[in-house]
Design a protein around this ligand. Structure first.
Ligand SMILES: [Zn+2]
Ligand SMILES: [Zn+2]
Ligand SMILES: [Zn+2]
Ligand SMILES: [Zn+2]
Ligand SMILES: [Zn+2]
Length: 163
């Protein structure tokens, strides 16, 4: 108890020294920021510090644990805390956002780039008398040419071929 009183007394003395030394200052506080030697985190309480921008006096205050700072989830994960890397309780696992496979690329996640599955089918244009069926993705041609289409006479209206 005596020890406690001594500490208290010392504190009082210090405080009075402070208030005398800076009595003339009309403090302008910079604002509370985490004290870098004992910062509060989501795992433990800590201290914050404030400073007068005029006379540079520092004051400290205890600060409770901070809430976890969750970042948007990555694919197949829950949102995680930036500081302790813990999962958000009740957080939702983020699903991939798939872009369908084509004949040249696998099914691919727009967000993380993960690929899976197999290549997709070719997507073909209709054949004409000038152009075989052609895949819009890979450009390969398939099958044969289509017949000419004669309308109103002997000239193909696609290629101009005469019967
Ligand atoms: Zn001041
Ligand atoms: Zn955390
Ligand atoms: Zn993904
Ligand atoms: Zn193709
Ligand atoms: Zn034709």
């Amino acid at each position: 108890m005596k020890k406690f009183m001594a500490v208290l007394l010392a504190g009082l003395v210090l405080m009075s020294i402070f208030s005398t030394a800076f009595a003339g200052c009309n403090h302008r506080w910079r604002g509370w920021i985490n004290y870098d030697k004992n910062p509060p985190t989501c795992q433990k309480a800590g201290q914050q510090v404030n400073m007068c921008t005029v006379c540079k006096v520092h004051i400290y205050r205890d600060c409770n644990k901070l809430p976890c700072d969750y970042q948007p989830a990555k694919c197949e994960e829950k949102p995680k805390c930036r500081m302790c890397h813990g999962d958000m309780p009740n957080g939702k696992v983020k699903q991939h956002s798939w872009k369908s496979a084509t004949c040249v690329s696998l099914k691919t996640c727009n967000d993380c780039g993960k690929q899976e599955g197999e290549l997709g089918n070719h997507v073909l244009t209709c054949a004409t008398c000038e152009q075989r069926a052609t895949c819009i993705y890979c450009g390969n041609e398939f099958g044969g040419y289509a017949s000419h289409i004669y309308i109103n006479g002997d000239v193909c209206y696609i290629c101009g071929h005469h019967k």
